[in-house]
Design a protein. Sequence first.
Length: 331
Amino acid sequence: MTMPTITTSTTAERLPRFIRQPRALPEFHITERDIEILKIAARHRHVTSAQIVGLIEATFPGSSEQQVLRRLQFLYHSGHLSRPKAQVDTYKAGGGSRPLIYAIGNRGIDLLAAKFNFRRASVDWQAKARTAVRGEIEHGCEITDFMVALEIACRRRGTLQVIHFDEILANAPEETQRSKRPYQWPVALRWKGSDLVLHPTPDRIFGIRDLERREGQNRKFFFLEADRGTMPTERRTLDKTSYLRKIIGYAETYRHDLHAKRYSLPNVRVLTVTPGRQRIANIIAAYRQHAAALVSPKFFLFADRPGLARAEDFLDYPWLDAAGEQHRLLD
């Protein structure tokens, strides 16, 4: 598929940012590059135009930023993409010129479901984007920052591929595929004399495939937690949210092999990206006190967000495990 010739550029440039004008669009056809944009939006939930540009330039060498921004505009006004309304204040007078944030739209997910077997939940995706709040969007973009940096680093290596959740789900047991919430699972446990059921819900479930290694021994899988430092490290019980609650949920997941039962994953580790080193120290202290007997410290890896952002090579960054030992992501 090739890019159409667009001659009515001034019409597109004058389209409003947050009110769709489908009748004002020039005639255009969905291209291979548009399909990739829709996949990016579907996989990452909230993604900035700058993040999309970075991924498209890595996937389609020779693509220009202006070309990608033009396609984003068309895909928004045609209903394939959405622009969450909570970002509107950014574009009022004095709000600056930050990149627009996108989410998948109803027409976009319908197309991906029909042609690429993406999961089409019974959700109005445009309403979901319309009601998303600022904190949710900001957290979503932080998660996407990590995933975009990882994917670009893998592409630079040339022998590594990111395994996205849609591929993992397609190979998961049928019960998981039918689940209303396939991205989480129940964990029954006993804690301080009480029976509880936790529901771990990673910010991302993904893998990395090494094309130079033998099939069956070339995949590593991860549960990602993009920690913002706002949740208490621990509380006296697990009834309320805390990072210790996450640690226990993941530890019991591994102990009972739920990653294999839920997703058919042969291995998994939990990655936590935190605001800083002190937060890592606090979480490790909670692990040592409450979970060290449940699972190896190598099961949990920690990175501080500023340090990870400064790393020359994303894949060579030294993560800390819960014993304070360093590991690279692919060790």
